[in-house]
Design a protein around this ligand. Structure first.
Ligand code: NAI
Length: 342
């Protein structure tokens, strides 16, 4: 019938689960926001996290106090700019930093429209990361990801601590949407789908590679085009439905937690950890596209291997060419921003 747990066996199980390999510090910057709160909750539920540090310009202490009552292995602390060294303390010793700080879109806005406000937020937070946790895996959620990730690179380079294996633009939401939407198109189980999405994280820079799935050539043209369009512009559905109150937060928190979980699994030396993510990438560097989202294998040092795109269909090649043109401009915008506003 019921397994009987003695007090002693429960303690034994607990001490077994908190080995050194599963003891990581995760810092969330922008932790009190629409994404930050549910993302912090999901990180609190991750058994690899023992130290959860939350920073926001408002409410971080309240969110931390709330989460700290959940009986998982981690301690939770909140930091705000009220304390002079709040951000530094939040970041010191971090293994993974998640950055959902920044303003979200309103209806009619593109992600690029957010640049003016978010570029300086990301630049300043990147400076604090470079100074306090230069070896952490930095996961940028703040939009426009195509430009904010290059901003972080430039800041880290200027401090002499840039490691391309540890800087990630979080594009996992595009993967989640692709998996969900393709399942609706073909009538399959979404949890079984694994669509590779490459390129960048905005509209036409999002390139889903349906040809790498079992449905290659099997989805009629019209349905295929509608599917690709929905994956590229799925974010707009949420922005519109929220009618001025923001963009995707809950699905993004789920995506961010999945990505952070994979990074932690990689750091812990687990095998076969794959994600698509926007990274400094040699694949199209000679064409001036220095950052590109590819499928990668994650490992103890961050990115272990970048998977080449391989053979694409003619339609995918066209999408790729368009994406690269826009990415080039988006990347330059981020790089120029740091040059002009160091
Ligand atoms: P939100 O406005 O609800 O939350 C942002 C939080 O950042 C707020 O709590 C705010 O106080 C905080 N913040 C602002 N400046 C800060 C600073 N200098 N330091 C620390 N915290 C600061 O916005 P939401 O919906 O959480 O979105 C956050 C960002 O994530 C936006 O840029 C949005 O476009 C982006 N996003 C990215 C996605 C992706 O797939 N990568 C998907 C959806 C949104």
């Amino acid at each position: 019938m019921f397994a009987r747990f003695t007090r002693a066996s429960r303690f034994a199980a607990r001490s077994f689960s908190s080995t050194a390999l599963n003891a990581y510090k995760v810092s969330v910057l922008g932790a009190a926001g629409g994404i930050g709160q549910p993302l912090s909750l999901l990180m609190k539920m991750n058994t690899k996290v023992t130290d959860l540090a939350l920073y926001d310009i408002k409410l971080a202490k309240g969110v931390a106090a709330d989460l700290s009552h959940i009986p998982t292995n981690s301690t939770v602390k909140g930091f705000t700019p009220d304390e002079s060294d709040g951000l530094a303390t939040c970041l010191k010793g971090a293994d993974v930093v998640l950055i959902p700080a920044g303003v979200p879109r309103k209806p009619g806005m593109t992600r690029d429209d957010l640049f003016k406000t978010n570029a300086s937020i990301v630049r300043d937070l990147a400076k604090a990361c470079a100074e306090n946790c230069p070896t952490a895996a930095i996961c940028v959620i703040c939009n426009p990801v195509n430009s904010t990730v290059p901003i972080v690179r430039e800041v880290f380079k200027s401090k002499g601590v840039f490691n391309p294996k540890k800087l990630f633009g979080v594009t996992t939401l595009d993967t989640l949407r692709a998996n969900r939407f393709i399942s609706e198109t073909v009538g399959s189980d979404p949890t079984e789908e694994d669509v590779t999405v490459v390129g960048g994280h905005s509209g036409i820079t999002i390139v889903p590679l349906i040809s790498k799935t079992q449905y290659k050539g099997k989805i009629p043209k019209e349905k295929y085009e509608a599917l690709v369009n929905r994956i590229q512009h799925g974010g707009d559905e949420v922005v519109k439905a929220k009618a001025g109150a923001g963009s995707a937060t809950l699905s993004m928190a789920s995506a961010g937690a999945r990505f952070a979980g994979s990074v932690l699994n990689g750091l812990a030396g687990e095998q076969d950890i794959y994600e698509s993510t926007y990274i400094e990438n040699p694949e199209f560097k000679d064409e001036g596209v220095e950052f590109f989202a590819s499928r990668v294998t994650l490992g103890p040092q961050g990115v272990k291997e970048i998977h080449e795109l391989g053979l694409l269909t003619e339609v995918e090649e066209k999408m790729l060419a368009t994406a690269k043109e826009t990415l080039k401009k988006n990347i330059k915008k981020g790089v120029d921003f740091v040059k002009e506003n160091p």
